[in-house]
Design a protein around this ligand. Sequence first.
Ligand code: ZN
Length: 426
Amino acid sequence: MTAASLIDRILTEVERATDEVVGFTSDLIRIPTVNPPGEFYEDCARFIGDHLGRLGHEVEYFAAEGRPEHTTRHPRVNVVGSRRGLAARPTVHLNGHFDVVPAGEGWTLDPFGGIVRDGRVYGRGSCDMKAGIAAAVYAVEAIRRAGVVLPGTVEVSGTVDEESGGFAGVAWLAEHGRLSPTRTDYCIIPEPLNVDRICVGHRGVYWFEVAARGHIAHGSMPFLGVSAIDGMSRLLQAIREELMPTLASRRTAVPVVPEGARAATLNVNGIFGGQPVDGIQTPCVADVCRAVFDRRFLLEEGFDRTKQEVEALLERVRALEPRVQYSLRDLMVVHPTRTPDDSPVIAALQGGIDRVLGKQAELIASPGTYDHKHVARIAGVPHCVAYGPGELEQAHQPDEYTRVDDIVNSTKVLALAVLDLTGALR
Ligand SMILES: [Zn+2]
């Protein structure tokens, strides 16, 4: 069979499977795998595993033993299906998280109904990212139905907890060697980043808490105390006047979208000081005020410089009122990640997008973070990207949907990328 006829047969098989891939997306949406707290994970893992088993995969389940969030009430169960071809390597791993964020307000239809209407599949997790899991499953299946025995191995996994950090999901598989350079060559994560875009990484995340401590006194004589709230407001002012303009002026060379996220950013997640405002009030100067910050840093900045900058700012603020004590506590650090420019996984998807959509793929990076970091940093597999159906802007929204066209097209692109990466087109 020539490469051209091979490709045509596989694309035809994806077309024929349209109802199945859409139906599988709907079925997954109907399992309300809401995180937090992590509902119905085991049901969803078994559902995906049973399906993969019927499609000829060898199926393994991995409960996240040792993780505190893996409990009897909310077990963290991951599933991996493998189809080995002529040889074990190269191995292409397609990974999707099956947890979804809570439905929230504002829906006009059942968020867990899996409703298909006007060429769209609606529901919580439709684009983020149950359509992506369905696309991965049927990309592999279309190759099988076309009668192709791959030169290497292809795997499809469904994992937990991406929305809450992925520690019992992809990170667990990476820590336990199930994703590793000794068995995994390429990884594609079908997150919703638009059907013609390839995501090559993300910025870094630094969540930290600052506590300001002053001195309590009677509220009628505030001059006898030291207000921690005043201390925190000095810090916020310094952040606004000194830090923010500096951050906004720094631009990364990594192609982060949207445009505004190409700069370094900072958000105040929350702040609390003094007495609860709904409680019974007593006349007291606030002795403690705490705030949590979300700093997104650039590959070029790095974590050390990012943290030093915060420490230096605290020093300057401390000098303004030495009686206020500031303490800094790290809550979470995610390092930035970027796929090498010459990675075969980028070229394979570019080829697929060109063939299926007739256009040049756009390379982007994500404003947020996703499981890529665990694949790159813990597993040590550098050849990882995100590519999948659905629009990023739809993620976590009411009336979330994915276009059926996008699901079918990205299934085709994924199938062609698997062919290319396993060496079937050579
Ligand atoms: Zn996602």
